[in-house]
Structure formats: structure tokens, C-alpha cells
Ligand binder design. Structure first.
Ligand code: FES
Length: 125
């Protein structure tokens, strides 16, 4: 069995699974995303938000689940992003809605750095 590019075959406890490797896309240069900052990243008609907090690099949906506001215009406070429109808050590492009026969680995505770039890991279609 030969996996398609971007997929790996894993054998665990006698079971064969196909693992999806995310597609890693460059968001910005590492020096352009400072601590407690967030940047907007658009790809495939979807808006993402990519953060550097004191605890690491993270990525979430880029539009608030309460209404249509770009989270990259919001305020990063430790591991919290505050929406610029109605000040709803989300926990960045988990995407959990933390304060009203935001009550629906954000999706989260993998993020890392390589070769001086900030990368987001998105599932392959
Ligand atoms: Fe984000 Fe309302 S649009 S809290």
C-alpha cells in the first residue's frame, strides 16, 4: 500500500491507519508576529487568525462566531483574544468561547515555525 502525498500509513496495535499530514502554509515571517500579536491569514476563501502568545503559536478561525468581526483586529491578552466588535472572548489555544456574547467555540488549527516563517497547518481537501 503506497500512501498519497501528504498521508502516512501508521501501524498501531496491529491496526493499519492512514494519517493525514496537514498542508503547511506560510503565514508571515517570524519577526512580523510579535508576542501578544495576531495576524489575519486568508486562504481558499477562509479567514484564519494566527497568534503568538506567551505560551506559543496558535491558529483559529479568523471570524468571530458571534457576528462578522475579524479577530485579527481584536486584542490579545495572555491566551485570550477579545473580539473588536462586542468584546466577546475566546481562549486561543482551545478556541473555547469564554465570555458573552460569544458562546460558540472557534475551530483551532496547528501552527509552528520553520525557516524563519510562521506556518499554519490545514487539512487537505
Ligand atoms: Fe465578536 Fe460580537 S462579533 S463578540
Amino acid at each position: 500500500m503506497r500512501p498519497e502525498p501528504g498521508r502516512r500509513i501508521l501501524i498501531e496495535a496491529g491496526e493499519i491507519r492512514v494519517s493525514e499530514e496537514p498542508e503547511w502554509l506560510a503565514v508571515c515571517r517570524s519577526e512580523d508576529l510579535g508576542e501578544d500579536e495576531v495576524v489575519r491569514f486568508d486562504h481558499g476563501g477562509v479567514v484564519y487568525a494566527v497568534y503568538r502568545t506567551q505560551s506559543g503559536l496558535y491558529a483559529t478561525d479568523g471570524i468571530c462566531t458571534h457576528n462578522h468581526a475579524y479577530l485579527a483586529d481584536g486584542l490579545v491578552m495572555d491566551d485570550i483574544i477579545e473580539c473588536p466588535l462586542h468584546q466577546g472572548r475566546f481562549h486561543i489555544p482551545t478556541g473555547k468561547a469564554k465570555s458573552s456574547p460569544a458562546c460558540v467555540d472557534l475551530r483551532t488549527y496547528a501552527a509552528r515555525e520553520a525557516d524563519g516563517n510562521v506556518l499554519i497547518g490545514l487539512s487537505r481537501a
